[in-house]
Unconditional design. Structure first.
Length: 409
């Protein structure tokens, strides 16, 4: 049966994929070979161990893990060449939306594993994709907070801030003490997103993207406060913000070069690798001055999709089922400092206890950039904003890029 996948996204042309185009997944020794492609490079070691365990339990199946740099770009290029991995692990973001609409993923709406998942996370998939069908099983969730060095806070007599004004005042105290408040790594454009996501999520309004699509509001009416606060944060960072990449920041913060680090909790394992003895904590990003209304940005960090073209769907789903097993999920969230998307599996690491109240109360909101089309290039524009500090130009450019993307639809 012929299957057509029409994919229109940045850098990709329309393409047609036929069910006969998927590669032969049998290895020379007769085992079924499954490719597991994901974008969580920091989790490669964790998945290596889980794969060994799975292959021991399933000697007839070989799992080949691939997690290249710029994984989503690589994935789109491969899809354009009709070379689709069997299992794809990305986040609930605009790439997921594009590929789901294009028919790259198998429809998992009736998969019994969804019964284990927190309804909020399955709803996020529907919201992002703008479809009622579900094409992935949410695996783990993350959060954007402020990672802080407890030793430096203790040394300077600082308390965890709960409002924006307290947050800036805390940073100013760090600076006055001759230390760096924030270590910023804008050589990698995507690292502008965590802090901006927290700021925008708490200031743009829940109806922003719907009204923006309808042309009833413009970017400058809802993003201005977030942009202004973002620029304020850049003024409290170290000097060479555009000379350091994400890996540099992890190491620098681990070595005590700043009091705070504006990153997602996914950075914690990398920080601990650089300094196992560091005393860390995380608090919700205090984006506004009403602490009771401040929400923690948390979204589906990794979800598991099965290719609609795979010749080995049974084996691929068996590996997905294995990863969802409670013991294996706990292995992942313990090592990667993530939160399970499944009901009843808790994250008990004391480093993350500062975020637990938000999860308990449901004071959570999704990542704003998950709703921004790739063509808008939010990260690149934020990188320019951090360099030039021109807020009006930033807002005008985003509005223009958004309109261009909408006109192409």
């Amino acid at each position: 049966m012929k299957k057509t996948i029409a994919l229109l996204s940045a850098g990709l042309l329309s393409l047609s994929i036929f069910s006969g185009c998927s590669k032969d997944a049998s290895s020379d020794d007769g085992k079924v070979k499954i490719e597991f492609f994901h974008y969580k490079r920091e989790a490669i070691g964790t998945f290596d161990e889980l794969i060994k365990k799975f292959e021991k339990e399933n000697p007839n199946i070989d799992i080949e893990q691939k997690s290249p740099p710029e994984a989503e770009t690589v994935l789109k290029t491969r899809i354009a060449k009709r070379d689709i991995p069997d299992i794809i692990g990305i986040g609930a973001n605009s790439t997921y939306k594009e590929l789901a609409k294009a028919g790259v993923f198998e429809d998992l709406s009736k998969d019994s594993n969804l019964e284990k998942i927190q309804p909020a996370y399955t709803q996020m998939l529907k919201d992002v994709s703008e479809q009622d069908k579900i094409y992935a099983i949410p695996y783990v969730a993350n959060a954007v907070g402020v990672i802080y060095n407890k030793a430096i806070f203790k040394e300077l007599g600082l308390e965890v801030p709960k409002t924006w004004d307290e947050f800036i005042a805390t940073a100013e105290k760090v600076k006055a003490a001759g230390k760096i408040p924030f270590y910023l790594t804008f050589k990698d454009a995507w690292t502008t997103l965590p802090s901006f996501n927290a700021l925008a999520a708490n200031t743009q309004g829940d109806d922003f993207y719907g009204l923006l699509k309808e042309g009833k509001v413009k970017v400058d009416t809802r993003y201005k406060e977030a942009a202004e606060k973002f620029v304020q944060l850049t003024e409290l960072g170290h000097k060479d913000q555009f000379g350091d990449a994400y890996s540099d920041g992890n190491t620098a913060f681990a070595n005590g070069e700043s009091a705070m680090y504006l990153q997602g909790i996914w950075a914690i394992p990398e920080i601990q690798k650089a300094n196992p003895d560091i005393d860390l904590g995380v608090f919700p990003f205090p984006a506004i001055n009403d602490a009771a209304k401040n929400k923690l940005v948390s979204g589906v960090d990794l979800q598991l999709s099965v290719s609609s073209q795979t010749k080995n769907a049974k084996e691929a789903k068996k590996f997905v089922e294995f990863l969802l097993d409670e013991e294996n999920t706990k292995t992942y969230i313990d090592e990667q400092k993530a939160f399970s998307a499944q009901i009843g599996i808790e994250q008990k690491d004391t480093i993350l206890e500062g975020l637990q109240a938000n999860f308990d109360s449901g004071a959570l909101t999704d990542f704003p950039d998950h709703y921004v089309p790739v063509g808008v290039a939010l990260d690149k524009n934020l990188q320019t904003l951090a360099q030039k500090k021109d807020i009006d130009s930033f807002l005008d450019t985003l509005q223009s890029e958004w309109e261009k993307v909408q006109d192409r639809k």
